[in-house]
Every structure is written in structure tokens, then in C-alpha cells.
Design a protein around this ligand. Sequence first.
Ligand code: UDP
Ligand code: MG
Length: 310
Amino acid sequence: MLLSVITPCYNEALVVEETYRRLTEVMVRTGMDYELVFVNDGSRDNTYALLLQLAQQDKAVKVIHFSRNFGHQCAVTAGINHCHGDLAVIIDADLQDPPEVILDMLEIQKKEEADVVYGVRKKREGESWFKLTTAKWFYRILNKLSDVQFPVDTGDFRLISRRIIDEFNRLHEKNKYIRGLISWMGYKQVPCYYERKERFAGETKYPLKKMLKFASTGLLSFSKKPLKLAVWLGMLSVLVALVYAIVILIMKILHPESFVTGWTSTIFMIIFFGGVQLLTIGVLGEYIGSLFDEAKDRPEYIISEKVNFE
Ligand code: UDP
Ligand code: MG
């Protein structure tokens, strides 16, 4: 049995060596054959050199270097595409997900004969109030909007079987929302509860902009409901317009003399309908943008170098 560990790294020079050490320690304890697949997602710091050095010292370390920063989900995709394991673990480089939890995951996998053991965060240390609340609400809203049910408080930290890896490799969609796709695949999926720690060093590589993009990818790829927003908003605005017309009519009948056909009402209507239209066009734009990406059919990532892959 070969176990692959997939770790995306973007500017993680402060942590990779420690991550390597902790992962290796855990791998030795499993007694399994293993490979550590590090995907360097176009880091601009020293990550490249450090990974190269680790790969020279230890043949179990395999490194994929991207030609530039393609993003977390693309890095994980490349790792899954290139790993050889019968089982694979996806884990962040920053040690927020403790490598020791992999031992629990393996045990659960064996006992339950599961295809996926996903990490569920019981507690999250050292993360901002903002991140915690937005994450919490995002997963709950996504579940409401989507046809597939996703486990909440779950990241990409998980153990997957060869069956899942092979199915994943058959997917050709571009903007992947990996945790969603794996849930969507079915088979037996069981949780493993753990405490999420503080980042070992460095700072988050997910600023607000990337978080928003990630949330929109999840929403666009698993829900068509925003598209239907147009219908509801349309109905709502017709209703508002009707009520408004009736009010004006009654006022005109009761007080014909004092009724000023002012521009306030006109402006109000223009702004209201303008807003509704812009909003729905925006929603359409998001989906068309997604289709555009699919139609161009560009690869999700470009590899500049592979180390220790024979
Ligand atoms: N990451 C990546 N490419 C990116 C952003 C992040 O490969 O463009 C990696 C990063 O190195 C880390 C993981 O994705 O291993 C999760 O990122 P981070 O810990 O910064 O996110 P957070 O835990 O704050 O959500
Ligand atoms: Mg992190």
C-alpha cells in the first residue's frame, strides 16, 4: 500500500522544512510506503530552493513546480493528477491541520472501509472572527442553494482512495471546487473530527479577494439558483410597481388638485428597475464567464519542472 501526501505550497518558505519533518515522522509511524508530493504554486520566496533541497536528500519527496501562481485548487488538482498512491491525503503546508490526524484518518478508513475520510474542524485556533463567521455562513448558504449536500466546517484536508483519485482524474471542468466535487462523488464518506491549529509560521495566502473568488467558484459550480434570482426579482419589482400604481391612482382620485406629477416617483422607478436589471445581468455574467473558461479549454496549470517523478 502506497500513501501519497499532497501539499500545495505558495510562499511557504517559513514552514516547508518543519512540515516535511512532521509529515515524515507521521509517515514512519504508519509503517506504510509513502511519497510526499509538494506542489510549488509559483512561490516567489525561497520555497523553490528549499523543496529542491529536500527532494535531493529524500527520494520520497516529489516536487511539482508551477510556472506561476495558479491558485490553491489548481495546485491540489496537480497533486491528485500526479500522485501514485493507493490512498492520498490532501493537507495544507502551514500545519494548521496537524499531520498526526492522518493516523486517525487511516484508522477510520480501515475500520469503516471508507473511500473518503474528511476532516471536520471541531475548534479553530488563531483564526480571525471574520474568517470564522464568513466560513461558517458560506458553507451553510452553499448547502441551502446546492442540490448536493456538503459536510460543514470541512476544508480540503482529507484522505481519499484510489477509486476517488481515478474518478477525479476523469473530471475536466476548469474552475474546480475540490471539496464539493469529492462530496459529489459519493461512495462511503466519513468524518474525522480534529482541532484546527494556528498557522505554524507566515501568514494566510487567502486574502479577501481570493476568498471571494473561491466562494463564487463553489457557488457557481454547485448551484443554479442564483440564475433564478432574476425571476424572483422580476416578480418582486412588478409587484412593487403595481402597488405603487394603485397608490398613485387612489391619491389622484382623492386629491386631484394637490397631486404633483413630480420626478421623485419617476426617479424612484428608474433606480429600482435599473438596480434589478444590473443585478440579474451580473448573475448572468458570472455564469457566462464560467462557460467562457470551459470553452477556452486552457489547462488548469502549467508545470515548469518535476522532481523525483520517474
Ligand atoms: N496556497 C496555494 N496557492 C495559493 C494560495 C494558497 O498553493 O494561491 C496553499 C498554501 O500554501 C497553503 C494552502 O494553500 O498550503 C492553504 O492556504 P492558507 O493556509 O494560506 O489558507 P487559510 O488556512 O488561511 O485559509
Ligand atoms: Mg492555513
